[in-house]
Every structure is written in structure tokens, then in C-alpha cells.
Design a protein around this ligand. Structure first.
Ligand code: GUN
Length: 303
């Protein structure tokens, strides 16, 4: 048994949000306040919680935030018109359509309407092309949060074998591209993968992103591996549990992200950062220069 490091996404996300808040105060001197609009369709309880958390974090960073709530009976054309209208609004720098959309609505067609400059989720076709080709543009928040969490803990993924369980557009596919761009060796597993446990055992880093409680067992990962648990599931007792059996990982793996308090808060921090980038670009300011300046004088920076 060895000590397992807990990769505290909550603390790291807070440090990032403080940096962005400090950089936002500097950006205001250039006459712009980052504006984020979240579109929430229907009444899905989990989506309502996520949207509330995004709203709070963005407001805390000094952004102008609004949530447009639409009934699940909204017509596809009206939803798309809403996005097209926001594309034209100069006070809006980031637009996020909370997914999944209720049945009957075509999420792909809605995402296709997003102006790539305001697509802070990195899901529009131009954004997908950019992160696939390694060009500048917004990167999806959850995979970007995975990489940033490792970076901020001094964990270099270059040459490491990352096994991603799950091939969603929100996590698995974009993470495979981002990790490849950082010179990781990447395997993507999914529901048809044979011998999933064997693939996981060959990983230096296992990323669990399928949405099945405790799917990844302790003896599926080698001792000393790193586990990023992206899943957020409700257990039988109503508590949140990840896609990895966290209790079985303790003392076995070198490091793991907790659920809650791991990748979830990092996703929100990346949304805040992406929106800040959009706002800075809209007035020709280099966002990274302001963020670096802010990090130098923010307590907890570099966490
Ligand atoms: N639903 C769950 N995660 C996400 C996310 O990162 N972006 C959007 N738009 N919807 C989500």
C-alpha cells in the first residue's frame, strides 16, 4: 500500500477562477466585461444544478451572466434563432447551450449555429476542426480541465499511455485529441471494446468518462497509475459517485480525482477561462498576458 494523492479539482478550480477574476478586473480597463449566456432547455434536475454552478462561478469572476430558460416544447427553429441572435450581440462573448437537450431537439443543428468565437464549449464544427488540427480555438471544457489539472500538479503526460474509457463528443473524443497534441499515447475504449480491463491495466493514466457508477475496478488499474474520474452518478444511497470504484483505488494508484470535487469544478473553471479569452480577443487584448499578470499577484495561483 502506498499513499494516493488526491487531485483536488475544487481547490485548483478556485485558484483559476481567482486568476480570471483578477484578469477580468484588468480587462475592464479596456472597456469590456466578459458576457456569458447559458441556454437551458427543459427541467432536467442535473442540468439545472450544473447551470446554477456555472452562473455562480462566472458571476464571481466579474462576468455579466444570464441564463435563458426555454420550455422543452420549444421549436427547433426558435432555439436556433435564439443562438443566432446572441451571435450578433456585442455584449455576449460566450454562449453555452446546456446538453443534453430534451428529446426531439437536434443538439448538433443548434451547436452548428454557434459563432466559433463565442463557442466557449468548443463544440461547433469550426472549433472541432481547430482542436483536431491543433489550431487555436476554444477547447471543450471537461477535457481541457483534465489536462490543466494534471499540468497544475506537475504531471507531464508526454510519452504517457492514456486510456480513455468513453468516446463522447464532450469528453472522450476531444480529450484524445488534446492528449495527443501533448504527446501522450492514447487509447480510446467504448461500449464495444473487448477486454476493457486489460486495456485499462496497460495505462499510465486512466480516464473514466462513461457515466456508469463504479465501473472501473481497483484491479483494472496498475499500481502507481493516475485515475481521472470524470463520471458523476447518483449511487443507490443518493450520494454522488464516479465511474471508478474510488475506495478500491486508495493505496493502489498514485493519484486520483475525487467525485465530487475533481473534474466537475475544473470544467466550470475552463468555461470561465474560455469566456475570458473570447472577451479579451474581442478588444484585441492578449488574454494569456493578462492571466499571467493576474496569476503573479493572486493568492493560490499555480496550485
Ligand atoms: N452537459 C454536461 N457537461 C456539459 C458541458 O461541458 N457543456 C455543455 N454544453 N453541456 C454539458
Amino acid at each position: 500500500m502506498s499513499q494516493t494523492q488526491i487531485l483536488d479539482g475544487k481547490a485548483t478550480a478556485l485558484a483559476i477562477r481567482l486568476e480570471v477574476a483578477a484578469a477580468t478586473a484588468k480587462l475592464k480597463a479596456h472597456g469590456v466585461q466578459p458576457g456569458l449566456v447559458v441556454i437551458l432547455v427543459g427541467e432536467d434536475p442535473a442540468s439545472q444544478v450544473y447551470v446554477r454552478n456555472k452562473d455562480r462561478a462566472a458571476t464571481g469572476a466579474g462576468f455579466a451572466v444570464s441564463t435563458i430558460r426555454l420550455p422543452d416544447s420549444v421549436a427547433q427553429a426558435d432555439l436556433e434563432a435564439e443562438v443566432l441572435k446572441l451571435n450578433q450581440d456585442p455584449l455576449v462573448h460566450g454562449i453555452l447551450v446546456q446538453l443534453p437537450l430534451p428529446k426531439g431537439l437536434d443538439a448538433g443543428a443548434v451547436v452548428d449555429c454557434l459563432d466559433p468565437a463565442k463557442d466557449v464549449d468548443g463544440l461547433s464544427p469550426r472549433s472541432v476542426a481547430a482542436w483536431t488540427l491543433g489550431r487555436p480555438g476554444h477547447k471543450p471544457c471537461t477535457p481541457a480541465g483534465c489536462i490543466e489539472l494534471l499540468d497544475r500538479h506537475g504531471m507531464d503526460i508526454s510519452g504517457q499511455h492514456m486510456v480513455i474509457v468513453g468516446r463522447s463528443m464532450l469528453v472522450g473524443k476531444p480529450l484524445s485529441a488534446l492528449a495527443l497534441a501533448r504527446n501522450a499515447t492514447v487509447t480510446v475504449c467504448h461500449s464495444r471494446t473487448q477486454d476493457l480491463a486489460e486495456h485499462c491495466r496497460r495505462a499510465d493514466i486512466v480516464v473514466a468518462a462513461v457515466g456508469r457508477a463504479k465501473l472501473i475496478q481497483g484491479d483494472w488499474v496498475r499500481e502507481g497509475a493516475i485515475v481521472l474520474d470524470v463520471g458523476i452518478n447518483r449511487g443507490d444511497d443518493g450520494k454522488l459517485v464516479g465511474d471508478a470504484d474510488q475506495a478500491q483505488m486508495m493505496g493502489r494508484v498514485a493519484a486520483i480525482t475525487p467525485v465530487p470535487g475533481g473534474i466537475g469544478p475544473m470544467t466550470i473553471a475552463m468555461l470561465i477561462k474560455n469566456t475570458f479569452h473570447s472577451a479579451a480577443h474581442s478588444v484585441g487584448v492578449d488574454p494569456e498576458a493578462l492571466l499571467t499578470e493576474a496569476a503573479a499577484c493572486t493568492p493560490g495561483a499555480g496550485t
